[in-house]
Design a protein around this ligand. Sequence first.
Ligand code: IPD
Ligand code: CA
Ligand code: CA
Length: 259
Amino acid sequence: MIAVNQVLNHVKHWVKEVGQIQKENLGKKNLLIETKSNEYDLVTEVDKLSEEYFIKAIKEEYPDHCILSEESGEYENNGSPYRWIIDPLDGTTNYAQGLPIFSISVALQQNNETILGVVYLPMLDLLFEAVRGQKAFVNGRKIMVGNKENLKECLLATGFPYDQATNTDNNTNYFSHFVPRSRGIRRLGSAAYDLANVASGVFDAYWELNLSIWDVAAGILLVEEAGGKVIRLENKRGISIIAGNDTLSQLIYRDIQSM
Ligand code: IPD
Ligand code: CA
Ligand code: CA
């Protein structure tokens, strides 16, 4: 059995170290930026540097664990029940522009169930953490999802997929639907931070289509441990989710399914 709270201490140390690298390089002139799946999907040298740190640290501390990390993919599965899921820099478009809204997302799964999740905001020094069954916290303070049930009083968040130009199922229809029905909608550009904000009740609810496991693994655990509900839209591509309290998640789910 793994001592999960001990693992958490390692993760907290790692995210702060990587956060420091990201802070120091934010706004750097001549930041190396490349495109990935299409011209909207970016990766910077800092994403890669951050990922290298995590992979080295995990391999040193837990050499028999599997790792799935956004930029370099899956490390050989050696049969270990433990798998790390890492988004070394969530919010790359913001980062490449010098916008200080981005996060680091680290999750640990045991037999495909997330048992630990950390989302760290380097510029705000906000550390969101959850261990399955032990509630969710930000900087040591317990957090809970919001309790509103009327959309008109709710601040929502969403995002748009990188294939927005070529796939018409790009969330603009749902966005238009919820704009007049809610207090407001934010698009921060970091799915992990969006989910952390739902967990702490800053956002009442969030939905997004076509995400990847590294965007959401830690954030989903935060929301669940904060008493919230995450619903998966099974008929959409990628990982498409709604997060909020139980009532709001169901309500948004019903609206989306009916469109
Ligand atoms: C992206 C961010 C963004 C979301 C995208 C993600 P990245 O991750 O989380 O908010 O809308 O779908 O891919 O590329 O910055 O790690
Ligand atoms: Ca991401
Ligand atoms: Ca990323």
